[in-house]
Design a protein around this ligand. Sequence first.
Ligand SMILES: [Zn+2]
Length: 467
Amino acid sequence: MTSRASALHDIEAYADQGGFVEELSRLVSFPTESQEESRRDDLFRYLNEAAIVMLTDIGFTCRILENPAAPQLPFLYAERIENPEFETILIYGHGDVIRAQADQWREGLEPFKVVVEGDKIYGRGTADNKGQHLINIAALRAVVKTRGALGFNAKIILEMAEECGSPGLNELCSAHKELLSSDVLIASDGPRLHPDKPTLFMGSRGAVNFDLRVDYREGAHHSGNWGGLLKDPAIVLAHALASIVDRRGQIKVPEWRPTSLTPEIRKALEDCPVGGFEGPSIDTDWGEESLTPSERVFGWNSFAVLAQKSGVPEAPVNAISGWATAHCQLRYVVGTDPEDILPALRRHFDREGFNDVQIVPMELGKFHATRLDPADPWVVRVAASVQETTGKKPVLLPNLAGSIPNESFSETLGLPTVWLPHSYPGCSQHAPNEHLLLSSCREALRMMTGLFWDIGDTRAALSGSST
Ligand SMILES: [Zn+2]
């Protein structure tokens, strides 16, 4: 057996003999809900009692870095520097989870206890993101165990505030450019395109959230005495929303229509089918009519009304409400100027006569769009390694449809960024009954072990040491 095969054999045993589920159960048992004030100690405990222990064990030097934007939401920095001549890989993950929604999980499941049923490993944070960074750490460990070294330098950033919109991550990268300097970011978050298809993505759509608010007067007024005389804020708001998109959701604000869907990107997206298994069925009559479903979600912008309110829906009364509000979001691809998204909407509203509609920006959930050319040498190298390990040609997505804090790495640190997601679209991320698939995890464990093996192999060959 070659050394590479023996490292893969080692990681298969970890997946098949329960080692992975056991370690994941421990990580999931920390209730690291970063949005809950009461869980702040658990964020530190996750790092001190779990992550640092695992990483120290395989020769990483660890330290907690204070979050420059929110000291109670820490970062972990870990490094294993083998040789300054070697390539340096930056690895990112997040140990915080979204709110548990404990009362909504189905019978027999609870958020902070891992339950395995068939191929599914349930628990809050299994998919997002504890299972994903555990896979990568376990793969590093398998390489260190078999080779006695990685063959490259590894730096790891574990964030504990991703579910709050990553406050401080960009400032941290700015302040620690030297410390974090690397050749590439390799990270895992989000879903594969299909459970059986190893997927690489090289950026993400950005997201901007904002409220639209129509505020006419104090309180509500009797709809019999005043209906027909008072402007109805809900109706004005509905018309304003209808001026942003048409009845099939096609964007009408000119600056919000991207110009970055080039023939190359369209070509890359031909191999990236969407839908067709667990998850809701796609509405083919929704979105930009001239585009394919993959182009609509990976190559275009989409506008959504996430919540909307006027009056008291739970107990309506016969009155014209004084105000109406909608919480909205634009997901956008590169080529949309993030600084001009809300000013462009203001100009649009003013042109359309909706001067009454206020636009209130929300800081939370503000990620910029990023994208790396699928022909980048790092993408080619990672894809070749994945193909060798799995025997499958990986799907190359120019960017994820969801949003991740990739700009800190791609823009602030200037790194090529390659993401290898280990979850799948049906994983119920951000919902009750979150889970991972054991079969995908097994494949991902092999894939990452092979990848770290191969990255270290090049350097080992160059420096003349044998593997
Ligand atoms: Zn998340």
